[in-house]
Write a protein that binds this ligand. Structure first.
Ligand code: PFF
Length: 463
């Protein structure tokens, strides 16, 4: 049998896993969640959730993957609990759903890179028209999916690892250039102040819920992406310190994204940061105007750099989203990697077509469902996001921790972590992971899952 592929070293694994974590979530979503959630008060909560709640889940996923050297479905079987492999199947489904809409947004970002390279600053005002030009955004999306599939088809060390080792350091470099440049803009300081001064009175239950969901999605947890990547890691890898580095990179990049974005907004609004409505369209509608006012040449460079950065961040995430179903097809269904990659990529691209059409082009997909108690219909793209990321990920995280603590059992989890980290057993970290995986994570994630279900789909008001 052909060997399964492996990361060649620790840096390769961390670059790939941090690449999965750092994505549209950090740069597209995080800053507007901050803007809507009390500035630094949100940032502080987000950081706490990343380390207290998400970190133990990440450690568990990596340990399950490394122990079994299997895809998320095969992993549960390999541990001797085939009935629990439905968790892995749910993860594969979540991967398909998330990638189908994520690729659409990544395609928009890549298209903006092309448009701004050619100095088309009006694109922000014409965002509605832009996303409804299916031929054009469809082609950008197709290019993005092709790039993703190409990398994944090259395997673990020659594809995913190699691409991540190039893309991640480049991304950090571009980010630093943009942060430094944004600091030199007029009114930058007002933006930073808005970002870094906590407004605790803005915090309510809804904001806490958003911070939790954002941290979980941002760290790519709950669908077995890290079980999959963990299965390519060597036994002498220290899972605890690797997971810590991945978490720090992800939180650090989200933080830097805020440092870059708020000065841009302050510059554009001449200091009146609070007047800008944060929302999903924000980056696409508002930022091109800010770039334009930097002047034709600088604006073009900074604008193109920004959207290239966003595209790179998205690419390392789409790679991991595609790798989950591909690993399943390769390990369980014994399909050749190249066939699996191209077939699944095409399938997901087609699954994304309704999302592409759901911003006005097709009335059916634009007004796709009206949830119980909701005033307005939800379009297809948002609907897939609500199912794939908001519902299936916390449910997956809940089940993975329940499984690890009560079915596989903690001593087995500890045993796996100890391999590569002698001295783990009996340490404070072990006690914390034990507590979190047995009680804290299942409780919090179970509650998030139920709240999402009841609130989002059935109109029960909690907040
Ligand atoms: N973490 C990615 C982001 O923040 O954009 C999204 C993501 C990638 C979620 C991979 C889940 C996943 F398995």
């Amino acid at each position: 049998m052909k060997a399964r592929g492996r990361f060649t070293n620790r840096f390769g694994f961390i670059a790939a896993a941090a690449g999965s974590a750092v994505g549209l979530g950090n740069i597209w979503k995080f800053p507007f969640e901050v803007a809507n959630g009390g500035g630094a008060a949100f940032v502080i909560m987000y950081l706490i959730f990343c380390f207290i709640l998400c970190f133990p889940v990440m450690v568990t996923e990596i340990a399950i993957g490394r122990k079994t050297e299997k895809d998320p479905v095969g992993a549960f079987k390999a541990l001797g609990f085939p009935r629990w492999n439905f968790i892995g199947k749910m993860g594969v489904l979540a991967g398909l759903l998330i990638l189908s809409f994520y690729n659409v947004v990544a395609g928009w970002a890549f298209g903006y890179f092309v448009q701004l390279t050619f100095g088309n600053f009006d694109i922000g005002d014409n965002f509605g028209e832009y996303i409804n030009n299916i031929g054009r955004v469809g082609s950008y999306g197709a290019v993005f999916m092709l790039a993703t599939a190409y990398v994944v088809s090259k395997g673990i060390s020659g594809g995913i690892e190699k691409a991540s080792k190039i893309l991640m350091p480049t991304l950090v470099g571009m980010m630093l250039i943009l942060v430094i440049y944004s600091m030199t803009l007029p009114h930058a300081f007002e933006g930073i102040k808005y970002y870094l001064i906590p407004q605790f009175q803005e915090i309510n239950f809804k904001v806490v819920y958003n911070a939790l969901g954002q941290a979980f999605f941002s760290l790519s947890l709950g669908m077995g992406a890290l079980i999959t990547y963990g299965s390519y890691v060597s036994k002498n890898n220290n899972i605890i310190s690797s997971a810590a580095l991945i978490t720090i990179s992800d939180a650090g990049i989200a933080f830097l994204a805020g440092l870059m974005m708020f000065p841009f907004v302050a510059y554009l609004t001449q200091g009146a940061v609070h007047t800008v409505e944060g929302g999903p369209g924000f980056i696409f509608q508002v930022l091109p105007g800010a770039f334009e006012s930097m002047g034709p040449m600088i604006g073009r460079i900074i604008g193109a750099l920004f959207f290239l950065l966003l595209s790179f961040a998205a690419l390392t995430s789409t790679i991991s989203l595609l790798e989950v179903p591909v690993a399943y097809a390769v390990d369980e269904l014994k399909v050749n990697r190249t066939y699996a990659v191209w077939f699944i990529a095409l399938f997901i691209f087609l699954m994304g077509v309704p999302s592409l059409l759901s911003n006005g082009d097709s009335q059916f997909f634009t007004n796709f469902v009206t949830y119980i108690g909701a005033e307005k219909p939800t379009n297809f793209l948002d609907f897939v996001g609500h199912i794939g990321s908001d519902t299936l990920l916390p449910l997956g995280g809940f089940l993975i921790t329940i499984f690890a603590a009560y079915v596989w059992k903690k001593n087995n989890l500890n045993e796996e972590i100890e391999t590569g980290y002698p001295g783990f057993k009996g340490s404070f970290v072990e006690k914390y992971i034990d507590f979190a995986v047995s009680y804290l994570c299942p409780t919090v994630l179970g509650v998030i899952f139920l709240l999402t279900l009841l609130n989002r789909f059935f109109g029960v008001e909690f907040f």
